[in-house]
Design a protein around this ligand. Structure first.
Ligand SMILES: *Cc1c(COP(=O)(O)O)cnc(C)c1O
Length: 220
């Protein structure tokens, strides 16, 4: 695995407007250092403990993105430093992020996760839920969070049409909400297997892991 080369290759494929999040979950620090030396400054992790350990060890100009499902009782461990939380899907979680951010006198950027896949197991809100959330009075009371966009994951399938259809639906929702909520700027969609389709469908942020760092081994 030549991590630097992989990053360069992907960066060359991305339009300038698209941000690359290097998904380093399960990977050792040495791999992250290699990516850092290649110029990568945004890393994505899906476990708060692991991300915090890596944040402590790595240079401080890195921006850490939480891309996994967030348990409310663990927000406090990343509130001091997390740059963007991708997977926010309830007002309860937003309230907790707001509360923890206040303790550190900072604002935390969040993306609202939308359920676009066919699979039941993926987290996220549907159109009605996100519309209600954004329109709610409760959300106006949270000065320490910024909702800067939406995030979604397509079905895990080889069917390109299916993936494209799901990304299209997320982009349509994004465009529909944006006039009323101009702070929505980022559309986080696309992973190793589908980021090219995601970009064609309007992604502004791709979360790429195995294409950079190689396959993950979960049986350790
Ligand atoms: C693991 C993960 C990724 C990266 O997956 P790859 O297929 O390895 O690129 C992207 N987004 C989320 C939410 C993930 O959990």
């Amino acid at each position: 695995m030549n991590i630097a080369k992989n990053i360069e290759k992907i960066q060359n494929e991305l339009p300038e407007t698209v941000t690359l999040v290097a998904v380093s979950k399960t990977k050792p620090i040495t791999n992250l250092q290699e990516a850092y030396q290649a110029g990568q400054r945004i890393f994505g992790e899906n476990k708060i403990q692991e991300m915090t350990d890596k944040w402590q060890e790595m240079p401080k100009d890195i921006r850490w993105h939480m891309i996994g499902h967030v348990q409310r009782n663990k927000v406090k461990y990343m509130a001091a430093y997390v740059d963007l939380i991708h997977g926010v899907d309830s007002i309860k979680l937003l309230k907790e992020i707001n509360k923890q951010a206040e303790k550190f006198e900072r604002k935390i950027d969040c993306l609202l996760q939308i359920h676009i896949a066919e699979e039941e197991t993926k987290f996220g809100m549907d159109e009605k839920e996100v519309t209600n959330l954004l329109a709610s009075d409760e959300i106006k009371d949270l000065p320490f969070i910024n909702i800067i966009g939406l995030m979604g994951m397509a079905t895990f399938t080889n069917d390109e049409n299916q993936i494209r259809k799901e990304f299209k639906s997320l982009k349509t929702l994004f465009d529909k909400l944006k006039p009323d909520y101009p702070t929505l700027e980022e559309l986080s969609m696309g992973m190793s297997g589908d980021y090219k389709i995601a970009i064609e469908e309007g992604s502004t942020m791709v979360r790429v892991g195995s294409r950079i760092f190689g396959e993950r081994n979960y049986n350790k």
